[in-house]
Design a binder for this molecule. Structure first.
Ligand code: ADP
Ligand code: MG
Length: 260
């Protein structure tokens, strides 16, 4: 049996303003879920709360990783359990390359498991990187780029997907970039997730772009509006969102339209 990530009745506020108002969502290892929803519906808030960002206060509810409440854990403990939150990594780290970062991430995890571990050898690390970059069709020069320094939206996403491929978490939550509509970034995420998905990985891809559904073909689709998941389904819900957009769902759920 694979692991389960279970979000139960999660209420989150920012500066005392309630944003998430009772989110329930269960993801099993091996499943791909898309969380859709208009701008401002609370999607990123869910991701930040999972990450333990101090500005996001959890007022109620829990997030269980195989029965352990991850909201009680430090971010590094969350990642040790196998929970990958793309943006728990620093926004910009001068002087650290993509490869340096990944190697130290692998080594710190190994050291946590066994203090005597000498870390991954350079040849072994090179082999791993080459194999993973070839698999994902990432140019080898990417490994030498300085982490996030002037990364485009697409490069940020490429970096996340490479981290996923190298660190091999059990669950990954990938939020869209805040850099606006970027088809390149959408494709990188969708193609990467399509290549990496399998029985060992549970993924939640967060986006408000309906087009993501074209590329990703998730088995499960959830629609967030006004701080709650108002609909969950599969291909049929994806088609409905693709064909008609969010507008009919605002009406259906008695909400004020905030976006076409
Ligand atoms: P989404 O990712 O779905 O576009 P967000 O989770 O970013 O939505 O935002 C949900 C709501 O929370 C919005 O109304 C937004 O204005 C508000 N919000 C987000 N971040 C902050 C913040 N740092 N301070 C105050 N309000 C915020
Ligand atoms: Mg967002």
């Amino acid at each position: 049996m694979g692991a389960t990530l279970e979000i139960r009745n999660l209420h989150v506020s920012i500066d005392e303003t309630p944003i998430l108002r009772g989110v329930d969502l269960t993801i099993n290892q091996g499943e791909t879920h898309a969380l859709m929803g208009p701008n401002g519906s609370g999607k990123s808030t869910l991701a930040y709360a999972m990450l333990g960002h101090p500005a996001y206060s959890v007022d109620e509810g829990e997030v269980l990783f195989d029965g352990v409440d991850v909201l009680e854990l430090e971010p590094d403990e969350r990642s040790r359990l196998g929970l990958f939150l793309a943006f728990q990594y620093p926004v910009s780290v001068p002087g650290v390359t993509v490869a340096n970062f990944l190697r130290s991430a692998i080594n710190s995890r190994r050291k946590q498991e066994n203090a005597e571990d000498p870390g991954i050898s350079i040849p072994e690390f090179r082999r791993l990187m080459k194999e993973r970059m070839d698999f994902l069709d990432i140019d080898h020069s990417f490994a030498g780029r300085y982490l996030n320094a002037g990364f485009s939206g697409g490069e940020k996403k490429r970096n996340e997907i490479l981290q996923l491929a190298v660190l091999q978490p059990r669950f990954a939550i990938l939020d869209e970039t805040d850099s606006g509509l970027d088809i390149d970034a959408l494709r990188i995420v969708a193609d990467g997730v399509n290549k990496l998905k399998g029985p060992e990985l549970g993924v939640l891809v967060i986006t408000h772009y309906k087009r993501m559904l074209d590329y990703l073909n998730p088995e499960y689709v959830h629609l967030m509006m006004d701080g709650r998941i108002v609909e969950s389904g599969g291909a049929a819900l994806a088609e409905e969102i693709e064909d008609y957009g969010y507008q009919p769902f605002f009406e259906k759920h008695g909400l004020e339209v905030t976006e076409e």
